[in-house]
Design a protein around this ligand. Structure first.
Ligand SMILES: [Zn+2]
Length: 82
């Protein structure tokens, strides 16, 4: 089954393979920060982010983002709130 654009229904879907201009330390992954951990925490220091996959519609340009490891991401997000 081929993916279809959820906006216009076109089958012309382009999967994102990397991103540019993320800065010097880019690993080519699109990331979305969902929170910051307690700086005094012993583990999980720093920003909590989702690695994003994307499908771009070659017809209308609609871009769908999907986060990898959503359940692990949610666990990490909850920890930022504690
Ligand atoms: Zn479309």
């Amino acid at each position: 089954m081929n993916p279809k654009c959820s906006k216009c229904g076109s089958p012309k879907i382009i999967p994102l393979v990397g991103v540019l201009d993320q800065g010097q330390h880019s690993d080519g992954k699109l990331k979305a920060i969902v929170g910051y951990t307690n700086p005094e925490a012993w583990v999980f220091k720093g920003p909590v982010y989702a690695k994003l996959k994307a499908n771009i519609c070659g017809q209308c340009g609609y871009t769908e983002l999907i986060a990898e490891d959503a359940t692990a991401l949610y666990d990490a997000y909850v920890k930022t709130k504690s």
